[in-house]
Every structure is written in structure tokens, then in C-alpha cells.
Design a protein around this ligand. Structure first.
Ligand code: THU
Length: 142
């Protein structure tokens, strides 16, 4: 996997961020198992609640095109006018969406400031004891 390329795609996607209310711009690049990259940005709303994070935008684009297998996501975010970025970690809701479609032990979450400065976590590390589809499968078997 080319981590730097994935971060560059996330940085490009961040430029499309629609975030007039928070002024916090986020970009994500989701790598599918078939090699395709789905990008996303955060999209806010005047009524606040319907806002969508960059990570979920990327997931929903992919899933709505029939893709359900993923290996990694790169995330970059920070205030609109920031000269340099700090690490931006996915919110709890996005972690739960990752849990729906990804293997917690192998799916990699890359949080980056730029293509040279990044940290890599597994989904399990950022969502310990997550509740996912497997938990409901077991219930159905009983
Ligand atoms: N946001 C994301 O898109 N991803 C994250 O990982 C953290 C937060 C967005 C949501 C909202 O539009 C803005 O950043 C401020 O919370």
C-alpha cells in the first residue's frame, strides 16, 4: 500500500470541504481491497445535524457503488486557514461505520499532518471492543 499517495488523495479531497459553520476542513481517502480509492470531505448544513464527516462521505460513496471490502483510510483535517495540520482522528460515529465494513484487526487508519508525518492504527486500536455485524450474527444463530 502506498501510504503517501493515500495521504495526498486525502489532502486533495480536503480542498472540497464544505464547512462554513465550523471552518474545520477534513479530507479522507479510502483504499478498497480492489485497489480503488474513494475520497471524501466533510459536508455541513445550516441545520447542523445533517452534517457528514469526510470519512463517512468516502465510505458512503464506495458502498453506494457496490464496494464493501476496504484495507485502509487516510484522514487529514484542521482549521481552514491553518498553515500546518495537526493529527485529526475519526469521530466515534465514523469509527462505528468503519466497524460495519472493515476487519478491526487489519483495517488501517492513517491520521496524517502531511505525506511525511503520519500515524497508523488498526481499527481495533481506535475502537476497542467495538460492536459490529458479527455480534448480531451470533444472536441470529441462537
Ligand atoms: N469532522 C470530520 O469530517 N472528520 C473527523 O474525523 C472529525 C470531524 C468534521 C465534522 C465537522 O464538519 C467538522 O469536522 C468539525 O467537527
Amino acid at each position: 500500500m502506498d501510504i503517501k499517495l493515500l495521504i495526498e488523495e486525502a489532502l486533495k479531497a480536503r480542498k472540497f470541504s464544505y464547512s462554513p459553520y465550523s471552518g474545520f476542513q477534513v479530507g479522507a481517502a479510502l483504499l478498497a481491497k480492489d485497489g480503488r480509492i474513494f475520497t471524501g470531505c466533510n459536508i455541513e448544513s445550516a441545520s447542523y445535524t445533517p452534517s457528514n464527516c469526510a470519512e463517512r462521505t468516502a465510505f458512503f460513496k464506495a458502498v453506494s457503488q457496490g464496494v464493501r471490502g476496504f484495507s485502509a483510510i487516510a484522514v487529514v483535517g484542521g482549521p481552514k486557514d491553518a498553515e500546518t495540520l495537526d493529527f485529526c482522528t475519526p469521530c466515534g460515529v465514523c469509527r462505528q461505520v468503519m466497524m460495519e465494513f472493515c476487519d478491526p484487526k487489519s483495517f488501517q487508519v492513517i491520521v496524517a499532518k502531511n505525506p511525511e508525518e503520519y500515524q497508523v492504527f488498526t481499527l481495533e486500536e481506535i475502537l476497542p471492543m467495538g460492536f459490529g455485524p458479527k455480534d448480531l450474527e451470533r444472536e441470529r444463530e441462537l
